[in-house]
Design a protein around this ligand. Structure first.
Ligand code: C5P
Length: 406
């Protein structure tokens, strides 16, 4: 589990988004974290300590004068063995207190007394005007300068009925952000373009040809790259997957659309990772109208033409311009070692990732082989996110050596 062994101090301040903190707490414990909840008095107006205690499995602290703490120094003891403090929801008033070093209740005193290396992660939740108010923005800027990390806020409809920035991120997004906070930032400052999923080649307006790619591996690579600190653009064929938090997703259907979207975005990228299962052919004589079934039993005479090879096209430009660093994927049903090395050469790319067998489509686990100029390395069977993190780490090591980035 992603947070196994992690000790998280979850701070709740006054805001209606406290109702989401219950689910967040549950998500954190399910991900393996041990959660110590600390609430302000204002938070207690929105959710009870009993609920948070039941979900975290630990007594909740809210008072500086809690007789349960032997030395009466809860503000110091609570964080000393923690791996992070997450304030969710964090109100505008609590941002003010943090920015000014206030220490007039347990939570603010605890934040002031925390050791400097302990990450302070903040999920703001407030009305849009409160968030946009220059006073709040001054506090946010100050806190960023002080090393506080912000998760959100998101834009959208608010509990007060107004619309705009200020909503707390959803519990699942906060969980993703917290997990990301613990990942090494090996791609900080890098821009990464990723293709994922199948493509869909139309036969007529309601029919088409596609493949069994679920997009899971590409989405895992996008999430892992974002966790590593990269700015990520994900160009995706049709999938049912949720966009990893913080990733910019561009939806396409056909291989030609994927090609065009990649070409429009590729110039600014340090790395291009082609995970998509792109259709090799499209229907050359696709119909604008829905084809009718014929009474005489005759069937459509479909003609095919070849789609552009997106990866090979980008790789060919790479050799001229020096970037992006290109990574391809290959699924071969047999003799992967020989085919993998040959495919890397044929595509003209520095790194190729081989999937062992076609049965990887739709699965959560995989075994992959990395082919580069020095030979091959096997990454043993693991879930796709674990493999994606290993791949991103391997890419970052190779990037360091890549001429343009020296
Ligand atoms: O040639 P093959 O389809 O086996 O190569 C697979 C790799 O090439 C994958 O990285 C895939 O995303 C990429 N590819 C592409 N455009 C195509 C076909 C494959 O980018 N038209």
């Amino acid at each position: 589990m992603d947070l196994t062994g992690k000790k998280i101090v979850l701070g709740l301040t006054g805001g209606v988004a406290c109702y989401k903190a219950a689910e967040l707490c549950r998500a954190l414990t399910k991900a393996g974290a041990s959660v110590q909840v600390v609430m302000t008095d204002a938070a207690g107006h929105f959710i009870t300590a009993v609920t948070m205690q039941a979900l975290s499995g630990q007594p909740v602290f809210s008072s500086q004068w809690d007789p349960r703490v032997d030395n009466n120094m809860a503000h110091i003891d609570i964080t000393r063995h923690a791996d992070a403090i997450l304030l969710a929801p964090c109100s505008a008033d609590f941002l003010r207190k943090l920015a000014h070093g206030a220490c007039d209740d347990l939570l603010s005193t605890m934040c002031l007394a925390k050791q400097r290396q302990l990450p302070l992660l903040v999920a703001p939740a407030m009305n849009v005007e409160m968030w946009q108010n220059p006073a709040t923005q001054r506090n946010v800027a100050q806190l960023r300068e002080d090393g506080v990390v912000f998760f959100g806020p998101a834009a959208g409809e608010q509990a007060c009925g107004e619309v705009g920035l200020g909503r707390m991120l959803e519990p699942q997004q906060l969980l993703e952000e917290l997990i990301a906070a613990f990942q090494p930032k090996v791609l900080a400052g890098k821009r990464i373009l990723i293709t994922a999923g199948p493509t869909f080649e139309a036969i007529d307006p309601v029919r088409g040809i596609t493949n069994l790619s679920s997009g899971k591996m590409g989405y895992a690579v996008a999430r892992a790259a974002r966790e590593a600190g990269a700015e990520v653009v994900l160009i995706s064929g049709p999938t049912a997957l949720a966009t990893p938090h913080g990733v910019q997703r561009i939806n396409v259907q056909s291989a030609q659309q994927m090609h065009d979207a990649v070409m429009a975005a590729v110039d600014a990228q340090h790395v291009f990772i082609a995970v998509a299962a792109v259709a090799d052919w499209r229907v050359a004589n696709a119909s604008d109208q829905k084809m009718k079934k014929k009474d005489d039993g005759s069937v459509p005479d479909l003609k095919f033409e070849q789609n552009p090879d997106i990866l090979a096209t980008v790789a060919a430009r790479t050799s001229l311009a020096g970037y992006p660093y290109c990574v391809g994927f290959a699924a071969e049903s047999e003799n992967l070692l020989a085919f993998g090395a040959a495919k890397r050469e044929k595509k003209g790319i520095p790194l190729l990732v081989g999937n062992i067998g076609h049965h990887t489509f739709g699965q959560d686990d995989n075994t992959i082989i990395l082919f580069d100029e020095n030979g091959h390395t096997i990454l043993p069977r693991a879930d796709k996110l674990t493999l994606a993190r290993q791949l991103i780490s391997e890419v970052s090591k190779r990037l360091d050596k890549y001429s343009l980035f020296q």
